[in-house]
Structures are given as structure tokens and as C-alpha cells.
Ligand binder design. Structure first.
Ligand code: DLL
Length: 438
């Protein structure tokens, strides 16, 4: 198989050359933030660290971390490294708790964003003859405009469909004949569900690839989306603070996400000690922006959990791969002492027959004990089954959750289409212990 690569010179760069480029870029960035961002100057000074102490990318561990709280404390523009008249775009991420985080881009940052998103979409075989349907929200969220920018950078006819009005989206898919789509994985399933409910076959559409991200999703969900929308589903990862979508992307091997390492340097650390994890072990994902002008964050702690994959990818890219992030450390539920990511429950549910791919988790405290209720949606077909069959199914789900995750949960089967659908990121957890929904 020949693999499509948007920018072979960058994406297959020999590792030694990449190391030299990263080193040069890190040194320049460190100097710039020291001179232009008071937070970094103060932190370096407190640590007795000078930009001159950074000679190569291997010195990165000498640098201080940046936390989400630092962005909040310096809201809105306090960490920008350029004057506002050089900023051409602002975005913001709402987050699940606390104040929103504002991020900015210079003209050069926008070019980089277009480039890394073109690599991302290009990695799924997209070329300028393709037509792109962008179903991420356009607005302060980075998904829509970032996705559109990548599609236009390749030279594709780009449809800024944004989110919502699924009927209209499907008409566009039928009539404008886009060949690829960008959406959250949960919205992709909402589209698939609309097709089924309206007797429209995915064969009537022209989609050959989809680029799904902005939330964790499992291999089972990938299979479901690929079968129902009749396309290849690629995972794309990013976060506003670093650039938006375009930080890491899957290639046609669909085996881990390549990090755009010439722009974003990846580290995996132990969240407790802050020390680097041994290669191949899971920990907190940390990124350093080594080319950004407006908001070059140093060692930004994403709170996402991930690990690096070792070995060369068959596609020929030299960029390191990371596994699909399972979730954020702050999305992780601790149920009676057991760590549970909502994506692990999704994985269990998607393995079972007769269950729709929509679920919700409700966590409560009864006395001193955490209680987890899993609302599981039935499909039209199973919903009409007799009570005895449903009871058996409920027992089966409870047993599967127990055997995979080691926790007992109460399973509640609910009617088809009764769990809320989301156009953007899905909210799967209602935590009544903290009143948080995410
Ligand atoms: O979600 C940027 C984005 C847009 C990525 C469209 C991909 C596609 P934020 O709103 O700042 O930015 O949220 C970033 O979303 O830290 C992860 O926790 C989560 N996330 C993003 N992509 C993935 C993914 C955008 N592929 C936060 N798998 C990140 C798992 C993801 N989690």
C-alpha cells in the first residue's frame, strides 16, 4: 500500500535532523518567552535558570511546567508573547470547570495551524480534488475553523456546515457529495442514526474518510462509525492551548497518532512527581510549543492520559506516535477507589449486542459509598423484547462491567433515543458528588 503524505519533507524527516530543528526552535522559544512573558521570566528567575542554560531539546526537563491554572490566573491575554496588534485570531475553550481559557494566533501561527491540519487530513488520503464537510462547531471552539483551515490549505472545496440541524447536514451530504467529514465521534453516530431512522443508505453518500476527535472514543466506536457511514475513521487529537486540532493525527495504518513534532514537543510525565515516565509507559501528556508566536506554552500539562508508541510506523513518517488518549485525569472517575474512564465503559457497552452506542454515567454517594448507575440505551429492536430478555440483558451488562473494570454498577436500560444527543463534545457523566457534568 502506498500512503499519502501531505508534506513528506517534514513528516518523514530523519530523526537527527528533527532533533536539531527541535533544539534550535526550543532555544529560540525559551529566549522569546523569557523576554516577553512575565510569568516565565519570574519562574526562570526563581529557579535560577537562564535561557542560556538551554542548549538542546534534551534540556527541556530543566524548564518549569505551565498549568491550566496559569492561563486562568493570567486571563485573558497575560501569557501572550506578542503585542495584541500582531494577533489575528482568538479562540476560547470553555472547559468543564472554571473560567474559559483564551488563546491567540499571529499570522504565522495561522499558517502553522493550516499546515498541521493539512497533514492531519492529508494523512487520510485526502487531496485537493476532495470535498470536505466540516461538522465541528464554528466559533470560539477551535474544531470548525481549524478543520476548515486545513481543508482549504490542501485546496479542497470546503463546506463549513458547523454543528446542528442534522437533517440539513444530511441533505448537504447527499447533494454536495463531500468525500470527507470532520465531526466529533458522537456526532458522527448521531448522523448515522438519522440515516437509519430515515431509510437513507450510507451508500447514497460519497464519504470515504472521516476525521474524528475532540473527545475520547474507542476502537469499538471506530468500527461502528466505519460500518455505518461506510468510511475510514481517523482519530485526530489536539487542544486549544497548544493550537487546536492538528497536534497529533492518525495515518492510514490507524495505529497510533503521529505528533507534529516539528511544532509540538511531546513528553509523558508521572503526574505525581512530574518526572519523565520510562518510554512506553502511561502518564500525563505534556506539550511544548516550539514554533508558536502568540501563545508559546512551555511544558503545558494537558491532564490527558497517554503513552508513546515505540517503533517505526509502516507509513514512513518519522514522527513519534502516541496512543489514543483514554481521557483526562480530571475526567477520571474514582468509584470506591477504582479508577474508571468513561471510555472504558463505552468499550464494554460497544462490545454488546442490542445496545445503542449512547450511554450516560450517574455517580452518587450513598452514605460513604460511591454508587455508579449506567444508563444504557436500547435499540428499537431490543426495546420491544419481552421483560425477561431485557432483565437478562441488564444482568449481562452488569457482569461485563464488573469483569472488565472490577466495579459493580447499577445498569438501567432506557428507551431508544432517550439519552441526550450532542452536536459537539458529548457529556457522559453526571457526578452528583461534585455537581459536575462532563
Ligand atoms: O477539542 C480541539 C480539537 C477539535 C481536537 C477537533 C480534535 C478535533 P479543546 O476544546 O481545547 O480542543 O479540548 C481539548 O479534548 O485535552 C482532550 O482531553 C480532548 N481531546 C481532543 N481530541 C481528542 C481525541 C479540542 N482524539 C481536549 N481523543 C483534550 C481523546 C481528545 N480526547
Amino acid at each position: 500500500m502506498s500512503y499519502h503524505i501531505h508534506n513528506p519533507e517534514a513528516e518523514t524527516m530523519p530523526r537527527e535532523k528533527l532533533h536539531a530543528l527541535q533544539s534550535e526552535r526550543l532555544c529560540a522559544t525559551v529566549k522569546r518567552v523569557y523576554e516577553n512573558v512575565p510569568l516565565y521570566k519570574n519562574r526562570f528567575d526563581e529557579m535560577g535558570l537562564s535561557p542560556k542554560d538551554i542548549h538542546s531539546i534534551d534540556d527541556i526537563t530543566k524548564l518549569p511546567f505551565t498549568l491550566k491554572q496559569d492561563l486562568r490566573d493570567n486571563y485573558p491575554y497575560g501569557l501572550f508573547a506578542v503585542p495584541m496588534d500582531e494577533v489575528v485570531r482568538l479562540h476560547a475553550s470553555s472547559g468543564t470547570t472554571g473560567k474559559q481559557t483564551v488563546v491567540g494566533y499571529t499570522e504565522a501561527d495561522m499558517k502553522i495551524w493550516g499546515e498541521v491540519m493539512a497533514r492531519t487530513i492529508g494523512a487520510g488520503g485526502v487531496t485537493k480534488s476532495d470535498i470536505g464537510h466540516i461538522s465541528y462547531g464554528y466559533g470560539l471552539f477551535t474544531g470548525g475553523l481549524g478543520g476548515g483551515l486545513g481543508s482549504e490549505t490542501i485546496g479542497c472545496a470546503t463546506i463549513p456546515a458547523s454543528t446542528g440541524n442534522t437533517r440539513r447536514q444530511v441533505t448537504i451530504l447527499q447533494d454536495f457529495k463531500p468525500t470527507f467529514i470532520l465531526a466529533t465521534p458522537s456526532y458522527a453516530l448521531t448522523i448515522a442514526e438519522f440515516l437509519d431512522a430515515n431509510g437513507i443508505s450510507a451508500d447514497e453518500l460519497s464519504l470515504k474518510a472521516g476525521f474524528f476527535g475532540a473527545e475520547p472514543w474507542t476502537e469499538n466506536m471506530r468500527a461502528e462509525i466505519e460500518n455505518r457511514l461506510k468510511l475510514k475513521a481517523y482519530d485526530i487529537y489536539g487542544l486549544s492551548e497548544i493550537i487546536g486540532p492538528g497536534v497529533a493525527y492518525e495515518c492510514q495504518c490507524q495505529n497510533g497518532l503521529h505528533v507534529n513534532e516539528d511544532h509540538f514537543y511531546l513528553e509523558i510525565i508521572d503526574p505525581e512527581t512530574g518526572l519523565p515516565m520510562p518510554d512506553g509507559e502511561e502518564g500525563e501528556i505534556v506539550f511544548t510549543c516550539i514554533t508558536k508566536e502568540a501563545l508559546p506554552l512551555i511544558r503545558y500539562r494537558t491532564r490527558d492520559v497517554g503513552k508513546k508508541l515505540s517503533g517505526q510506523c509502516d507509513c514512513g513518517r518519522s514522527f513519534v506516535r502516541m496512543i489514543k488518549p483514554a481521557g483526562r485525569t480530571d475526567d477520571m472517575l474514582i468509584i470506591r477507589g477504582v479508577n474508571v474512564f468513561p471510555s472504558q465503559i463505552e468499550s464494554v457497552l460497544m462490545d454488546m449486542q442490542g445496545i445503542a452506542p449512547f450511554f450516560q454515567l450517574v455517580v452518587e454517594r450513598e452514605g460513604n459509598l460511591d454508587k455508579l448507575t449506567v444508563l444504557v440505551e436500547l435499540t428499537e429492536r431490543t426495546f420491544t423484547d419481552e421483560v425477561r430478555k431485557l432483565e437478562a440483558m441488564s444482568r449481562q451488562v452488569t457482569a461485563a462491567i464488573h469483569s472488565v473494570l472490577g466495579i459493580s454498577a447499577k445498569v438501567k436500560l432506557v428507551e431508544p433515543r432517550s439519552i441526550e444527543r450532542f452536536e459537539g463534545k458529548a457529556k457522559r457523566v453526571i457526578d452528583k458528588r461534585t455537581q459536575a457534568n462532563y
